[in-house]
Design a protein around this ligand. Structure first.
Ligand SMILES: O=C(O)c1ccc[n+]([C@@H]2O[C@H](COP(=O)([O-])O)[C@@H](O)[C@H]2O)c1
Ligand SMILES: Cc1cc2nc[nH]c2cc1C
Length: 351
């Protein structure tokens, strides 16, 4: 296997023996079988991930990958490009939604600049890995070169190795990038061979004519790029984003290291889809946090055969849905690990 295409390197499957043992434990807990619904599946899946019949989450970590998008020049977002860097400041200052949820869980949060249009190099607490000053306008040319796509994928892999050294046992990716729903829609449309208009939604809040305009720009962008795309990497270079690439690289490296992950919303799921297209076994290490209000998210989840843990009408990104769902996963494990069995509690079991 070529060393250059590190993302194709092997991914081990989670332990099926431990999954079976955890399933057996679930059957012994003092409740009618299946009465805890999806919480049972989460615990059993987590046991397989961690190869522990009673797994715990001791070191969850979230990384927000940020990047800008040249296509915003075409009026595809309700917010100006400056917001990407302004929000980077907010993440490190603790005022963003994901910052609040990370603090709530006492979870380390890091912010990685993958390439913004406005300067943010002077910001303390931001990991600087800019590949370029935001992508090119993909309605006119490739968003990035193949080499820049490789560099952006490698950012994610490098960050996961840092988390692995910290003992991270659950990874969450978040993203920040004005215009990145456009990249996520185009990339997903090409990867799934679906109509981009059906995958295009309001993002930060476009409606009516403005949403129609976004759909037209994205349809024309896909039409421009399609003849030039012969691989998932080419799809990323033509229509993707730097932070989307970094998230995909992070998901792949996490799976290669046996680190489970909780996927966030629409843009994160487009990165998950890219990761799975680049290396299908990565899918085995993913849990899906929530169903975003961005309409295309349901299509992406279905394509990945994913059942989101919660549906709260969120459409923020940043990893906020994943950080929220972390509470559900922790409670699923608390129940699985600490409930009494029928034998321990001397409760009569059913037929
Ligand atoms: O995660 C989601 O499902 C989600 C859905 C819509 C918008 N967002 C966030 O909004 C920004 C992109 O929206 P837009 O309209 O600028 O393409 C970006 O920073 C995302 O984090 C996120
Ligand atoms: C304010 C704001 C916060 C965000 N967080 C993620 N995407 C965002 C987009 C906007 C506009």
């Amino acid at each position: 296997m070529s060393a250059q295409n590190w993302w194709q390197n092997a991914v081990q499957a989670p332990s099926s023996a431990t999954r079976d043992a955890a399933l057996e434990r679930q059957g012994q807990l003092t409740k009618p079988p299946g009465a805890l619904g999806e919480l049972e599946n989460i615990a059993v899946q987590f046991a397989a991930f961690r190869n522990q019949v009673k797994p715990e989450i001791k070191q969850p970590q979230c990384i927000v990958f940020a990047g800008d998008h040249g296509v915003v020049a075409k009026g595809v977002s309700a917010f100006p490009q400056a917001v990407t860097v302004e929000m980077i400041k907010n993440f490190v200052a603790g005022g963003a939604a994901v910052s609040v949820l990370a603090a709530y869980h006492q979870m380390p949060l890091s912010v990685v600049n993958c390439g913004t249009a406005f300067p943010c190099e002077a910001l303390e607490g931001v990991i600087q890995r800019p590949v370029m000053a935001g992508t090119q306008d993909f309605s006119e040319q490739a968003a990035m070169s193949d080499e820049q796509a490789r560099q952006a994928l490698a950012i994610g892999a490098e960050q996961i190795e840092r988390l692995q050294a910290d003992g991270c046992d659950l990874f969450m990716a978040g993203e920040m990038g004005i215009g990145n729903t456009s990249a996520a829609s185009c990339l997903s449309a090409v990867l799934l061979e679906q109509d981009v208009v059906a995958l295009t939604g309001p993002g930060t809040g476009l409606q009516g004519d403005a949403l129609n305009h976004k759909q037209q720009v994205l349809a024309a962008s896909v039409e421009r790029a399609l003849p030039l795309i012969d691989s998932p990497l080419a799809a990323l270079a033509q229509l993707g984003g730097l932070e989307i690439a970094a998230m995909a690289g992070a998901y792949i490296r996490a799976a290669q290291l046996g680190m489970p992950m909780l996927v966030d919303g629409f843009i994160s799921t487009s990165a998950a889809l890219l990761a799975v297209k680049l290396n299908p076994a990565v899918r085995d290490w993913m849990l899906f946090a929530h169903s975003s209000a961005e309409p295309g998210h349901k299509t992406l989840l279905a394509a990945l055969d994913a059942k989101p843990l919660v549906q709260l009408g969120m459409r923020l990104g940043e990893g906020s849905g994943a950080a929220l769902a972390l509470g559900v996963v922790k409670q699923a494990l608390a129940l699985h690990n600490n409930m009494a069995t029928f034998a321990e509690a001397a409760v009569s079991s059913g037929a």
